[in-house]
Write a protein that binds this ligand. Structure first.
Ligand SMILES: Nc1ncnc2c1ncn2[C@@H]1O[C@H](COP(=O)(O)OP(=O)(O)O)[C@@H](O)[C@H]1O
Ligand SMILES: [Mg+2]
Length: 309
């Protein structure tokens, strides 16, 4: 959608909730976005996404969809595909970028091709010989994670073969495809990208040491350092790598790229194509640091809505 088209004439529907393991977080993102749109006097409604989505979109007279879904059936290209079919412009990345970013294995392969470093890894597929896989892993600690989840769901840090088995089983509850990565001990940071502009780098310091589901969403469980106290050259390399990662995947609108920095070496963990947008989430914090209010951020994301071309 071009910036000049008047959003005040459009029926905007915020898609939230949905069917993924991150449903509750999505409801929080969606409500915050809906509130911001309504406060600006826009014609916006919320829609809790279920299998009746196509009918509901039509019923609500949707002219633009603001996708506030996280995880499967929302961040992974499926809802984007449906909106393409219905010819309803939507916010954020298109079908391909969404599905590539959602699959951490494919995303890593694309990132590596573009010179963005990621932790070393092995892949376990359901049905592979478990004993042989575990025997093949000799350097601990490792991190086992489902290829297609978010919010640290199914992620385990494992220190020996027995823990690796348990970690694989946990990840297999969510996905047939599991990544086992080298554990990188370093500073955990995230870089928001708005269009092609990187935002200030935020360092996250979880009180429990591991940025798990609870540390992400319980106020007070994580300290946020903004701007991250890193050398200026590391900060600019992070921002450049975040933009490269988004371009490599073909992202649109807003995205957030997670990294671990170990001794000035950058390791990209993932690209989030629908970053959390609760009032306390990282992307709005980073935007706020450069004078972009939550409401302005929502409007900028909306202004970038479109269909794949
Ligand atoms: N290779 C790794 N080394 C160290 N910590 C990791 C690694 N991979 C994941 N983590 C930890 O687990 C968290 C979640 O992993 P991430 O790959 O970002 O998946 P999610 O999509 O669930 O956010 C990270 O924020 C980080 O704290
Ligand atoms: Mg992450």
């Amino acid at each position: 959608m071009s910036q000049s088209e008047n959003l005040h004439d459009k029926r905007i529907v915020v898609l939230m909730g949905g069917l993924s393991a991150e449903r509750d977080i999505s409801l929080r993102t969606g409500s915050a976005v809906l509130r911001a749109l309504q406060e600006r006097g826009l014609n916006a409604a919320g829609l809790d996404v279920g299998r009746d989505l196509p009918a509901r979109l039509i019923e609500l007279g949707t002219e633009v969809a603001f996708i506030a879904l996280h995880g499967r059936f929302g961040e992974d290209g499926t809802v984007q595909g449906l909106l393409e079919l219905l010819r309803i412009p939507y916010t954020g990345s298109g079908v391909l970028a969404s599905s590539v970013a959602m699959n951490k294995l494919v995303a890593k392969q694309v990132l590596l091709h573009h010179g963005v470093a990621t932790p070393g890894f092995a892949v376990y597929r359901r049905g592979d010989d478990l004993d042989a896989f575990v025997a093949g892993q000799t350097a601990y600690p490792l991190v086992s994670k489902p290829a297609r989840e978010g919010s640290t769901i199914g992620v385990s840090i494992v220190r020996d073969p027995q823990q690796l088995r348990a970690g694989l089983e946990e990840a297999l509850r969510f996905d047939d495809l599991v990544l086992v990565e080298e554990f990188i001990a370093g500073a955990e940071v995230t870089v928001g990208v708005l269009g092609d502009q990187p935002l200030p780098v935020i360092q996250v310091v979880p009180k429990g040491g591991f940025y798990d589901f609870q540390s992400k969403y319980t106020p007070g469980q994580t300290e946020y350092l903004l701007p991250a106290p890193l050398p200026a050259d590391v900060t600019s390399r992070l921002q450049a790598a975040a933009v490269t990662a988004c371009r490599a995947l073909g992202c649109r609108g807003a995205a957030r790229v997670d990294f671990i920095v170990r001794d000035a070496e950058l390791f990209c963990l993932e690209v989030n194509t629908i970053p959390g947008m609760t009032e306390t989430s990282l992307l709005p914090k980073a935007a706020g640091a450069v004078g972009i209010s939550f409401g302005d951020l929502v409007l900028r994301i909306l202004a970038d809505a479109g269909l794949d071309k």
